[in-house]
Design a protein. Sequence first.
Length: 357
Amino acid sequence: MRDADARRAAIVVGLFVVLFGVRFALEDPTYIGVTFLLVLPTVLAALWFGVRGGVAVAATAAVAFFVVERLDPSMEAELHTVVWATVVRLGALALVAVFVARLFARQLALVRELDEAEAVREALRPAVVVPRPDLELAAHYVPAEQGVGGDFFLTAEGPRGSTVLLVGDVVGKGVQAARRAVFVRTSLVTFAPFEDDPARLLRLANAALIDRAGTSVDYVTAACVVHRPADATFAWAIAGHPPPLRLEDGSPLDAAGAAQPLGLEVELDVVSATAPLGDASGVLLYTDGITDARDLAAGRFGEERLRSLVAAHGRESAAALVEHLRAALVEYAPAGGDDVCLLAARNRAAVGSADGR
């Protein structure tokens, strides 16, 4: 037994003995009054040692009173009366022990979950988007509940000066979904410096996820875009996720090679597509939290509304575009709903040419 547990046990035993001795100081002890005296050590035992500790004290108290009342010549109660009183006393104290222990355990679990949620939230939300020399980047992330959610984004340095951009969405909300999001993003951060093919990055993340947790219906959707300044191209791959939108006109990138989400099957049949920077000076990656946002009167925010906003503001800076989308979403569905994640990336050369017009 640890020193702390030994001290706590000594406190419970000492308090029990003292309060039990009070019984002899009472001129006319009632069953209710005597039972009440033993609530305090029962509660302490339940808090410190759980249900078993609390029930053990309750049982000890009931047995001790039974023995004393049978041996005390001043007690003239019949045996069945003493037995009934003992059962009532034991039941009352045991119920207190179970209630207190479970309530305390629930509170501890809540505290741990909140602590974990804070840690997960910090892991999912870097203080700033990682800056890249050839791209102008901006992001917006709002979890649905408790500061954590299943949406996540990634900006990381890839090989040969490339930049890996990714937005993902885990089925579900809260801490469980956020754990999977942290794992997938951490895996991609590990792979990104060595791989600039978005399809291979998604296959690696799928393999890592299944190796950790096996196949599961708690799947993860993702859209990965890699900016390659060496050959002036964007490459992308999609796994069960909405395709990124071109900033020039709001049109979606080709999703012909899209695959099912991560975590469903061992083999992820996904391929990459590539376009020169002239065809897409920038992209918006997003989760369906924005398109699925609902206004009670008008229904979903919808893909068409999002594409129209991107077409209208896509030639502005990445930060300005993200702010326009954020404000439009808040105005449309002020109550919020699902997790929302946006990541806009613009070629800095395109920004310069747009500013010069």
